[in-house]
Design a protein around this ligand. Sequence first.
Ligand SMILES: Cc1cc2nc3c(=O)[nH]c(=O)nc-3n(C[C@H](O)[C@H](O)[C@H](O)COP(=O)(O)OP(=O)(O)OC[C@H]3O[C@@H](n4cnc5c(N)ncnc54)[C@H](O)[C@@H]3O)c2cc1C
Length: 556
Amino acid sequence: MLPGATSVLIAGGGPFGLMLALELGRRGVAVVLVDQDEGTAVNPQAHATQARTMEHFRRLGFADEIRALGLPADFPTDVAYFTRFAKHELARIALPSSSEAKRMVRSLKGSWSAAELPHRCAQKFIEQVLRRRAEALPGVTIRYSMRLSAFRAAGDRVEATVEAVDNGKKQVGDGEKQVVRCDYLVGADGARSTVRQQLGIRYGGETGVVRDFVGGRMYAVYARIPEFYRAVPHRPAWMNVCFNRERRAFMPAVDGKGAFTLHTQLRAHEHEDRLSVADAGAMVQAAIGARLEVQVLARDTWTAGHSLVAERFGEGRVFIGGDAAHLFTPTGGLGYNTAIEDAVNLGWKLAAVLENRAAPRLLDSYEVERRPLAVRNTGYAKRFADSLGNYQPVAEIEDDTPQGEAARRKAGQYFDAHGRAEFNIPGITFGGRYDGSPAVAPDGTAAPPDSANTYVPSACPGGRPPHLWLEDGRSLFDLFGDEWTLLRLGKADGQAFIGAARNAAIDLKIVDMQSEEARELYEADLALIRPDQIVAWRGNETGAAGEILRRLTGHG
Ligand SMILES: Cc1cc2nc3c(=O)[nH]c(=O)nc-3n(C[C@H](O)[C@H](O)[C@H](O)COP(=O)(O)OP(=O)(O)OC[C@H]3O[C@@H](n4cnc5c(N)ncnc54)[C@H](O)[C@@H]3O)c2cc1C
């Protein structure tokens, strides 16, 4: 039996639901999370954890645990393009292994001035960590094989009906229903979200885009290919992309020891229901260009060609986030990462409202901040999908002739530029901004322009705080508090903020950084950082601190 009442009920335990449970649970909020599946993801799913997501995992204390997952520590995370994986290599973007990433990040400047670099690892491994961490929190209850089937607003609460699911039969249990009363309900229930549909919220944007590749019905084959690294004459890569006229595919390495997931687009005559395990194996062999043994572990289908964002991110005491609120084509690796940032954003706000440290109006800023980011990020993903999927192989691409060689050289130049654009995206990961939000106090300065491949560190309120490494080896972000932080970088002592925060029962950590570099980076004596590590305000001394804090916590 589930508890009959809780503060927050989360329907769905993918990355968004689990991360939200963590953000709430660590702040002492009572949470019940139900998921209709038997456990966390079985198939690998997403493979790219962006640097900003890694910085949030670091804030929560488990970035190193995540970085140790997936590929071996010395396995390069290169992105490589081939005609077929065992045939001609067309282009390669060299990217660091996880041990190199940890070393490199300490000396990078400019666009990659960061506490963490991206990590390449299957979502199924990450979900296991999020689940274990969330379950360890005293107020968090997680139950699988239970689905949210309906809900209704009931005054200042929500009444949700949860049903047991017989996963053996993939059926809803008969009569095993329970009502859970909650202060807030969150739909973390993925693309077919029951919560979004019951609220009558539609997705807007584009769907059903057709491309030669990543625009149509996709077939995923999770397989072990024991001889791959012995038989293939190229250096190992994390992301393997093949480009020929018979079978286009991308195939990330899952463990660096022979497990992969191949994603290919089904042709008009191919129907998933009629494809056998042997057919799936043959698809993998066609992509490799060699008849290596393929042990098929699982198969799945998904659709590429969506760039969808929900018209609203909730109603009253009900919110949606993650895939329930936006659906991506996975080029650029942004769906799960956008979901994680939704959870980070909603988590501190819900906790602050439930604990009376903020007014309910603060929750309006969730949609104000996250919806434009979802539109932005689905737009970037679509551009990458167009660039990858609309570029088509010419007939002679595999020929051992001068024409074939010329075609491969041309394709290689194209993929070199495409790969750098899709996989070197500090501007997307660090440059998301919340300008115009009521939970940000602008200072009249202009934010740097939005650009996928360049990030300009800026403490202009509404964006990620500029990062720097301290002499003792710590990241500046490691000094930030669990909730609010006041960075003192110059002469001003910030007493007005300290007093106002005390009066409003706001947990404010004071961090003194008397360094010229930091003062120059932040261009002010004081910077106020929100619990989700966003610059809320910056300036020199102010007498209006009380008013600013009231506004930032939904009272203004
Ligand atoms: C091939 C592929 C590759 C991808 N690669 C990347 C990548 O590299 N990087 C990236 O960022 N993203 C990637 N994505 C996208 C990423 O997988 C999703 O964006 C991410 O899983 C969304 O997380 P979520 O928690 O919102 O939803 P989901 O992961 O879909 O989780 C929803 C959960 O809700 C449960 N549920 C559904 N209905 C109910 C209900 N009524 N009651 C209870 N539980 C319910 C489901 O069982 C499920 O566990 C990829 C996607 C695909 C298909």
